[in-house]
Design a binder for this molecule. Structure first.
Ligand code: NDP
Ligand code: 8X3
Length: 258
């Protein structure tokens, strides 16, 4: 029997744009209760105003702030209709820069590690005990093709997503017998604010990434996540990789002497 979406309480990190925004909207439309979190409160307020439903709760959260995460997600800290979270979508994340490792700003590396790795483990650790105690839950992590396939300038971003992939599989091992599912969703190119963030607000550079091709949309990723979350409880999608049809793999690079 598939999972009834109206029985779901979904916590989404990074719900102020891109995938997170689309995931929050789709789950609300499906009848779930959704907690949409992120740093940009103006966007959270706008989402709340637009959807105008008491099945949506918006909360300001920087996932890098461990004590804020623990305070927000402490048992019974959230209002009752939202307190038994049974789906966590660890979506908040970013890439900063595309410089080679020997030229990169170390601060960018730290920010990616703090957000994509540390933020993700803080939220996961805060919510897992409740899921285990209730014998019900699903952790859905946003990995990336960058975690499997290296590309120039992908360095630490790819490294963080490789962590997300392996951590997701490791969680499956720890959670065996507890009825808590874990999925790592690994998209390729999807036009969101991702590239704009990577290129520090340079909209032209960001647009050029997707020029002349059709990328996967945030709405399509959200549909895949809804599908995974509503599969019968005995079915666990471990890893799912998604690319635009017009994206594929590069050959190995070979540096040759002149
Ligand atoms: P966007 O830039 O559109 O969205 C990123 C979201 O992450 C924003 O809502 C942002 O919200 C949030 N975020 C960033 N830092 C923090 C933080 N410290 N605390 C809380 N929220 C934070 O990008 P996408 O929607 O594309 O990216 C979502 C996820 O998908 C990321 O993990 C990304 O790595 C991954 N991904 C993206 C792909 C793509 O091509 N677009 C492909 C593969 C994976 P705010 O700034 O308000 O906090
Ligand atoms: C985002 C996809 O290929 O830009 O994770 O790294 S890519």
């Amino acid at each position: 029997m598939t999972v009834d979406p109206t029985a779901l309480v979904v916590f989404v990190t990074g719900a102020t744009s891109g995938f997170g925004d689309a995931i929050a909207r789709l789950f609300v439309r499906s009848g779930a209760r959704v907690i949409a979190s992120g740093r940009r409160t103006d966007r959270l307020l706008a989402l709340k105003r637009e959807l105008a439903t008491d099945r949506l709760l918006t909360v300001e959260l920087d996932v890098r702030d461990e004590s804020a995460v623990n305070k927000l997600l402490a048992p019974d800290a959230l209002p009752a209709p939202f307190s038994t979270i049974n789906v966590l979508v660890n979506n908040a994340g970013l890439a900063l820069g595309l410089e080679p490792a020997h030229a990169v700003a170390i601060g960018d590396w730290k920010t990616m590690i703090d957000t994509n790795i540390n933020g993700l483990i803080y939220v996961t650790r805060a919510l897992l005990p409740g899921m285990v105690a209730r014998k019900r839950g699903h952790i859905i992590n946003l990995g990336s093709v960058a975690g499997s396939y290296p590309y120039p300038g992908g360095n630490v971003y790819g490294g963080t997503k490789a962590f997300v992939h392996q951590f997701s599989l490791a969680l499956r091992s720890d959670l065996l017998g507890h009825n808590v599912r874990v999925t790592c969703v690994e998209p390729g190119m999807a036009e969101t604010e991702f590239a704009e963030t990577r290129f520090k607000g340079d909209k032209d550079k960001a647009k050029a990434v997707y020029k002349g091709m059709k990328s996967v949309s945030a709405a399509e990723i959200a549909e895949i996540i809804r599908y995974i979350a509503t599969l019968p409880e005995h079915v666990n999608v471990n890893t799912i990789e998604i690319m635009p049809t017009s994206q594929a793999f590069a050959p190995f690079a070979v540096h040759r002497r002149e």
